[in-house]
Design a protein around this ligand. Structure first.
Ligand code: SF4
Ligand code: MG
Length: 320
């Protein structure tokens, strides 16, 4: 039931009404070792805020996070230390995430020394091993980010993430800035590493085609809430929520027989400062009914692992 609310425009002043940004609004999900969850939705729907909140890189205002049994949201220093030891994040901008003055070797070594306390004499061998693991060569260790391509930089970002020996990696739009052919290489690398190391992966992306290739499950976010969740195969083949249906229809389909009529979403999502009442998707939904404005849709879990929050589907009591 994670919640991230913050005040818009800084500290409250006398005479200035505080306005609350409801960026993440009661999100719940579980993730198993070795499983990849795609977190999708248009930009501004809270995906990055949620990802940062899970790793405690951003503040939470409510809810709990259990990581391997430990409460890391409210568990204080121990919980935080555990998160830092066992999780890592991969960012969108492969150049921006690296220090331009450090060589690749130094950037990876830094993580090994700080997070893994690897003895100094063992660092070079471990750096070479990590670079090889992500498809670079040990010789890349002496280069600086400016001498690398975007794809190579992202491999360094992944090597840094793996240096932590994480159980969970959160990747936020980590291929969005790369050319399509390079994207495929990085995705294949993540698929391979996930299987080899039994990594849990939260893959934040607005590109559903990429999520379909990489992820076992998908959670669709709209204005701070998960509106649909399930096995990636099922959600992409038979989306239930009108928002997911629109997103799935917008995926470019190469095979003309499988192409659905494009029904692109009109306009932008409303601001999280002024959430529409009821189902927040109702102003853009072609199925909207009076009850959609009146109240939140029931959170349905008709089957294990499948979830839809929409008034179109009759409430089925949760299984006990
Ligand atoms: Fe559309 Fe109503 Fe379902 Fe929201 S609850 S997605 S407005 S049909
Ligand atoms: Mg984002």
């Amino acid at each position: 039931d994670l919640e991230v609310h913050f005040r818009a425009g800084g500290l409250p002043l006398p005479g200035r009404p505080t306005r609350l940004v409801r960026a993440v609004n009661g999100v719940s999900f579980t993730l198993a070792p070795g499983e990849a969850l795609g977190l999708v939705g248009e930009s501004g729907c809270g995906k990055s805020t949620l990802g940062r909140a899970i790793l405690r890189l951003g503040d939470l205002t409510g809810g709990a996070i259990r990581f391997g049994g430990a409460d890391v949201a409210t568990g204080g220093r121990d919980g935080l230390a555990r998160l830092r030891r066992e999780t890592a994040m991969i960012f969108q901008d492969p150049y921006g995430a690296l220090n331009p003055r450090m060589t690749v070797g130094e950037a990876v070594a830094e993580v090994l020394r700080v997070h893994r306390k690897v003895p100094r004499d063992q660092v070079p061998a471990r750096v070479a091993e990590l670079l090889t693991l992500v498809g670079l060569r040990p010789e890349h260790a002496t280069r600086r980010p400016a001498a690398l391509s975007g794809g190579q930089c992202q491999r360094v970002g992944i090597a840094r993430a793996l240096a932590v020996e994480p159980k969970l990696i959160i990747a936020d739009e980590c291929v969005a800035a790369l050319d399509v052919s390079i994207q495929a290489q990085i995705i294949n690398l993540l698929i391979e590493l996930k299987a080899r190391m039994n990594l849990a992966l939260i893959f934040i992306a607005h590109d559903l085609a990429v999520v379909r290739r990489l992820c076992d499950r998908v959670a669709v976010m709209y204005l701070g809430r998960i509106v649909e969740e399930g096995a990636a195969e099922t959600v992409f083949a038979a989306p239930k929520h009108p928002y997911t249906q629109a997103l799935v229809r917008a995926i470019p389909e190469i095979d003309p027989d499988r192409r659905l009529p494009a029904e692109l979403l009109g306009g932008e999502p409303p601001s999280p400062l002024d959430l529409p009442p009821g189902c927040a998707f109702h102003p853009r939904c072609s199925f909207a009914m009076p009850e959609c404005r009146a109240g939140l849709p029931p959170a349905l879990r008709p089957a294990e692992g499948r979830f839809t929050a929409c008034h179109l589907y009759p409430a089925i009591p949760a299984r006990s």
